[in-house]
Design a protein around this ligand. Structure first.
Ligand code: C5P
Length: 240
């Protein structure tokens, strides 16, 4: 499928990825950069090799999710930093799945980080950089036409299914899956899981040591950034 595809112009420059058109109208290339941002773009930096790690991790996980019957935008890993994906119209809703209290949930509920949640919590945010991705609920989605009821029902069900699989996957590689963000897009084939699943958008804690193995190391100035992304890549690629 990817044999004859050639790279076209950059059509979207994101914080950590650039999207390119291709010779195929239905396919795009996601190029993974080393740029890191936090706090809605207020903190900026570079994590050497992050793009290579995130592409490897995301490609591997999307490939495995496809085998589980999850429909994703992933087509193939083209190179160290490039992923061929199906063109989608991103639904402007960020789905955050939480298994352990951390980050903004800890602040919002006044519960210390690290407390296991008795069942997974799903949160919805409006994907908007200028607004800083505010939290929304189904009523906002309906009132402001962000997605249809059918899309929301699908996204919710799919996110819990993905969470179950990811929890078990990360557990096998010695990682506690604390929380993470998912994005979905509309395509002629229906709603597909899109964007990436990588340490940039997940909280991943080493089960044995409690060490943070994700972008919180950048947000909180904990150092060992490249080392941790590379370690997550090694563990992820070794697992099926
Ligand atoms: O900041 P907060 O605790 O709400 O983040 C929850 C999870 O969602 C974290 O794993 C974070 O990396 C991810 N997230 C993200 N992009 C956002 C907001 C949250 O990847 N815009």
């Amino acid at each position: 499928m990817s044999g004859a595809v050639t790279k076209g112009a950059a059509i979207y420059e994101g914080k950590a990825k650039t999207i390119y058109a291709t010779s195929r109208p239905d396919l795009l290339i996601q190029y993974f950069k080393d740029d890191a941002t936090a706090f809605n773009g207020k903190k900026k930096g570079i994590i050497q090799n992050k793009g290579i790690c995130n592409n490897a991790i995301s490609s591997h996980i999307f490939g495995l999710l496809e085998k589980e019957g999850v429909k994703t935008h992933f087509v193939s890993k083209l190179s160290h930093r490039e992923m061929l994906v199906k063109k989608v119209e991103i639904i402007p809703i960020e789905v955050v799945m939480r298994n352990v209290v951390a980050g903004s949930l800890s602040t919002r509920m006044g519960i210390p980080e690290g407390e296991q949640i008795k069942e997974p919590v799903m949160e919805l945010y409006y994907k908007s950089d200028p607004l800083g991705d505010p939290m929304i609920n189904r009523y906002h989605i309906r009132a402001f036409n962000l997605a249809t009821d059918e899309e929301v029902r699908f996204i919710e069900k799919e996110s819990f299914r993905i969470n179950k699989w990811l929890l078990s996957f990360f557990d096998k590689i010695g990682i506690r899956l604390v929380d993470y963000k998912l994005e979905y897009g509309r395509s002629p084939e229906g709603v597909l899981l899109a964007d990436e699943i990588s340490p940039d958008g997940c909280r991943l804690w080493d089960k044995a040591t409690g060490e943070k193995m994700d972008k919180d190391r950048f947000r909180r100035d904990l150092g060992m950034l490249t080392e941790v992304y590379e370690e997550m890549t090694r563990r992820t690629l070794a697992a099926t």
